[in-house]
Design a protein around this ligand. Structure first.
Ligand code: SF4
Length: 169
């Protein structure tokens, strides 16, 4: 113990001191952060009977390589915290109510994005007794990101387009 204390006294504080804040109240700090980073974009995902490959690409989007959170974009657990609803899959009839309820629970302004060919037009599944075949059959879609599945870069491009529209109002 004595040895450890002596070592601490000899070496001192090797970690860096935190930077001096530009302002001292949390509200002022938040305002400064928003000014630098811009608006955050919160996403909610609903899988409406996809094959899960679209989800794998969306999951890959969370890799550090794409630095999603570094750009202020993140997935949230509750639709009440979401700005954008991403929907994958050919809209299975059993998922129609879930998509509508999620959309209704989101606050305005909000955007609806069909991710992948299935959500755009039914894709390889098409339209059947089990699926409506397109998200636009349920709700007005703001943006479609084509691909089977779309790459993380394609999704990111779409999200940036949506973010730009959100800023424009
Ligand atoms: S678009 Fe392709 S990858 Fe995405 S859910 Fe449909 S079949 Fe699967």
């Amino acid at each position: 113990m004595l040895k450890t204390l002596r070592q601490i006294a000899r070496i001192g504080n090797v970690s860096q001191n935190p930077p001096t804040p530009a302002a001292d109240s949390p509200a002022a700090l938040h305002a400064a952060i928003w000014q630098i980073l811009g608006r955050a974009l919160c996403l909610r995902l609903v899988d409406a009977a996809s094959c899960n490959a679209c989800e794998l690409e969306l999951s890959a989007l969370g890799n550090p390589y794409y630095n999603l959170e570094g750009h202020g974009i993140r997935f949230v657990a509750s639709p009440r915290h979401a700005d954008v609803l991403l929907v994958t899959g050919p809209i299975g009839t059993n998922m129609v109510a879930a998509v509508k309820r999620t959309w209704d629970a989101m606050p305005d302004p909000k955007r609806l994005v069909a991710v992948g060919d299935c959500a755009a037009c039914g894709g390889v599944f098409g339209r059947s007794y089990a699926a409506l075949g397109a998200l636009s059959e349920v709700l007005p879609v703001d943006l479609t990101i084509p691909g089977c599945p779309p790459s993380p870069t394609a999704v990111l491009r779409g999200l940036l387009a949506v973010a730009a529209r959100n800023v424009a109002g």
